[in-house]
Design a binder for this molecule. Structure first.
Ligand code: CP3
Length: 343
């Protein structure tokens, strides 16, 4: 049985065309998603309902000929399982009671149990059972730094100021927080792999604005510990790292974390990537999500440019960040047609 195109590409193979999937492909730009979403009381109940979450995961694959499904869940389910009071407020995003450097983190550690997220494992099982063999199923978690920014700020934040100040001021205390998230993340990802995830992705969405020293401390070290522990526990599947916005630090990230592939944001050029990464190291990305929303006659040439620019190495076609809710569905169809026609 041959492997899904996504897995072959992440294993380092050059193929006739790049596999394609889209960050946030299950989401509000789809009318069927909006309809399903209304049936749940809130977003967390939705994520923890295996029947609904499996349906949301599969919706984009029913409509589009994508090469992979990504588990429908959220990076903030781990803080929720620490007992943090998490809410998703429409129009604002996630809100939680912030962690302070004065807090004893044992209360979160004592609250944590991967059992609280066992429904996510069931979602993975359901999706895997329903998915054709040539489509890969991607499991994921947030990286400790990005999850920590929400735990410390209590919401999404532009410059992650409180988290950055804490990480400089009290390295040991902040490391305790990162380690807490790390331990939970390893158990959670292991559960996803045991349930049928064939690729893992670590979302580190907020690594812009970090100095190289802080990047080493809060991104590279925890990420490499997670990947090492997963490997020690027998996980062999590809692991995509996505340190979004880290710019010139991708070379160090790739050489030190042990990731199998790296997700690029829209700012990174193929020339730059060739200078920083080993030849044939797999990359994913990096269409600008604002062009994806804009559409127009500049969309296809830009897709073709990206495919051509990265054609010297295994490349997974994706955006540089998630699809936004107002993006027309027709742009998704145009994009997939262009990628598939590129062989
Ligand atoms: O389709 C997929 O990509 C799979 C599902 C998925 C969601 N969130 C569903 C979701 C994935 C992989 C995530 C990851 C995630 N969640 C990240 C990292 C990726 C990135 O985009 O940077 C982050 C930072 C979060 C935290 C989060 N969750 C925020 C900031 C928000 C609110 C922002 C918004 O768009 O409203 C969420 C909510 C969320 N997660 C939604 C979805 C579909 C929208 C909520 C809804 O439908 O009511």
């Amino acid at each position: 049985m041959s492997l899904p195109l996504l897995v072959k590409t992440l294993n380092g193979q050059l193929n006739e065309r790049p596999p394609v999937w889209i960050m946030r492909q299950a989401g509000r730009y789809l009318p069927e998603y909006r309809e399903l979403r209304q049936k749940a009381n809130n977003f967390i109940d939705f994520c923890l309902n295996p029947e609904m979450a499996a349906e949301a995961t599969l919706q984009p694959l029913r409509r589009f000929d994508l090469d992979a499904a990504i588990l429908f869940a959220d990076i903030l389910l781990i803080p929720m399982a620490f007992g943090m009071n998490l809410q998703f407020i429409p129009g604002k995003g996630p809100v939680l009671d912030p962690v302070s450097f004065k807090d004893n983190l044992d209360k979160y550690r004592n609250e944590w149990s991967v059992e609280k997220l066992k429904n996510v494992g069931e979602t993975v099982e359901r999706v895997r059972a329903a998915l054709p063999k040539d489509k890969a199923l991607i499991g994921f978690a947030g990286s400790p730094w990005t999850v920590a920014t929400y735990m410390v700020e209590g919401e999404g934040s532009r410059d992650k100021w409180e988290a950055r100040v804490w990480a400089w001021k009290d390295q040991e205390g902040f490391d305790q927080l990162l380690r807490l998230i790390e331990e939970a993340t390893v158990e959670y990802l292991l559960m996803q792999v045991k349930s049928g995830a064939q690729v893992l992705k670590l979302f580190d969405s907020w690594t812009d604005n970090l100095s190289p020293v802080l990047f080493e401390q809060v991104v590279i070290k925890p990420t490499s510990r997670i990947i090492r522990q997963l490997r020690n526990k027998g996980v062999t599947c590809p692991i995509i790292g996505f340190p979004r916005g880290c710019g010139g630090l991708i070379g160090k990230y790739v050489s030190e974390t042990g990731c199998t592939a790296i997700g690029l944001d829209q700012g990174q050029t193929a020339n730059f990537v060739d200078n920083c990464l080993p030849p044939m190291f797999p990359v994913q990305g990096n269409l600008d999500n604002s062009l994806f929303m804009a559409g127009g006659e500049r969309l296809e040439p830009e897709i073709e440019r990206i495919i051509s620019d990265f054609s010297n190495r295994p490349h997974v076609f994706n955006l540089g960040h998630g699809i936004t809710p107002k993006t027309p569905i027709a742009h998704m169809q145009r994009m997939i047609k262009t990628v598939k026609g590129s062989s």
